[in-house]
Design a protein around this ligand. Sequence first.
Ligand code: ATP
Length: 708
Amino acid sequence: MFQILWNKTIIAAPVRSLLLHPRCNKTSDIWTLSRWYISPRSNGYSSTQQPGNTVSRICSLTKRTVHRSASETFKLPAVSLKFILGPALLTVSAQLFCHVAYCEADVNNNTQIEVAAKSPEPEFKWHILWEFVKPQLFALIGAVVLAFGAAILNIQIPLMLGDLVNVVACYLREQTGNYVHEISGPALKLLGLYGIQGLLTSGYIILLSKVGERVAADMRKTLFGSLLRQDVAFFDANKTGQLVNRLTADIQEFKSSFKLVISQGLRSITQTVGCFISLYIISPKLTGLTVVVLPCLVGAGALIGSFLRKLSRRAQEQVAKATGVADEALGNVRTVKAFAMEEQELQLYSCEVDKSCEVNENLGAGIAVFQGLSNIALNCIVLGTIFAGGTLISNSEMSPGDLMSFLVASQTVQKSLASISILFGQVVRGISSGARVFEYLTLEPTIPLTGGGRIPYHSLIGRVDFMNISFSYPTRPGHEILNKFNLTLPPGKTVAIVGESGGGKSTVASLLERFYDPNSGVIMLDGLDIKTLDLSWLRGQVIGFINQEPVLFGSSIMENIRFGKPEATDAEVINAAKQSNAHRFITGFPDGYNTVVGERGVTLSGGQKQRIAIARALIKNPSILVLDEATSALDAESERVVQEALDKATRGRTVLIIAHRLSTIQGADLICVISNGHIVEAGTHLELLSKGGLYSDLIRRQRAAGQK
Ligand SMILES: Nc1ncnc2c1ncn2[C@@H]1O[C@H](COP(=O)(O)OP(=O)(O)OP(=O)(O)O)[C@@H](O)[C@H]1O
């Protein structure tokens, strides 16, 4: 009987090929697959992609690799490990792969690990997930039903294959009857089952990807909105890269896990239980053998796996180090070039890459040994099963069809077990990514952007009073910057604040903008505490802010100026540009107002950027203008042009100038000298000079520095 199976039946073909054909050991396939699971990120991408220029790009590649690792896993059993007891070894492998992929994610998210070490891990909040899933509930239920249906059909397939083989075996044995007629019944049934199963599979994947994408898109929009609403203090405490990571990589990770858990999780559990029952019904003896061999393989696999995981972690750390060197050099390429450090940076990078190469080679050797042992074990298991199954057939305890059913059902179990073990790691990753996303979704800013009163435009006078302000930055609570600080900005007048570097001048401007709230004291606008006023109105319509290093967006000049007033017409934009002495140089560009300024305005000179920033502030016609060292970064000629623009801009408005270069504020109505957190001198330029105090001291020191 075994001979018949070996020579003639459809079981023999794949088994023989697996045992006899060297290429069918699929070492290369296993190796290729293992690259997705075990080897570092670079193995998956480096042949076609150079390391990214930035860490974020590298992070996203890494995440994609990990994500892909999980989804590719389901191809593994189909490629080579097709037969009996495969589940055992495959489960071990899958666990190993899963853990290693997890290490990969960990290592590549070093920054996140650091943060996690400092602050407690955020909690996953199911009710928030529910809010996102609720609008997609019908599609989700549809997907679950279809996935469940596909799983149930999958359990039927091995049994029907067995029926088919029994017909073939019977015909081969007896050579009587109409073969086509006898085979067509079960074959058509099986074909129908395949068709329905394919349809169900397509259906649930379509629905699930719709649900996953929509949930992820909603999460991204909500999270971005929530981040934008946060106070400036929040951004002082959190790195931009980490925040962007939550918007991109974490949501991506969560989406993948969400989809995978629902589709594969449901299918795999149903199939494992169903097919295990089928296995037991087909042959309790053969199933018993499976259960005996399983723990030995799990133990051996776990041992080698833990060693490989350690090696993989080391390899990843080394890759991360090399990436760090490249990122720093490319991110600061101007400085590197200015100091002619290209060669040194290359050497530094090469050194790290060589170390990484060595560790990865060791890892590769370890994987090779592991895969070699797996191949031997799997092939022996297949042989053993054919042998044991054949013995049962020869004792008439089993039919050839039963052996076929057993083989296919066990393949389904192995696929499902592999999926489940991968899923376990994916669930953990998904939950922690989700928790990181949800953490900021629910975070309420301490300074609300909207709500509160507004002063009608015609009755707004523009008087500002700082009354007894004490303040320390939230990130340095013990370090008081302002201490019982008092200052009045009379309406329509220009007040300048001068003082030592680090004395708190810019802090005064930040408090007026309500980037932070004072620890004590009040800031009044026209006699009203600004905490009671609508913050969007205050920032959007009342205060115009121009600082030392204006940041432009990488869009056109027109859009950059219109940023100050989104509803402004083209004529208003041009008018603002004229007021800020920018119109001439803008119209000198071939594309005029449609000139794209490059990332952060990199294609413009400092003076040009500053004048666009002035136009952006003026377009909203603010009653109060805050100039934070607006000309200190410019050369003499640019400063003259910008100063002219500022002189025009400040007319008729309440102006607060934070000045470093004392020459630019001599015409101010009031000059205040800040020291030790409060105003120690105030008066006009001449008054303060005649006093011979701190101001005249500052002037003297600045002149002396200028002469040097
Ligand atoms: N976001 C922040 N978080 C914590 N401390 C800050 C922050 N911004 C400024 N500081 C600290 O507050 C103090 C005052 O800073 P501020 O920028 O107001 O000084 P400044 O007088 O404008 O200085 P300069 O003339 O050099 O610009 C400094 O000691 C500075 O280190």
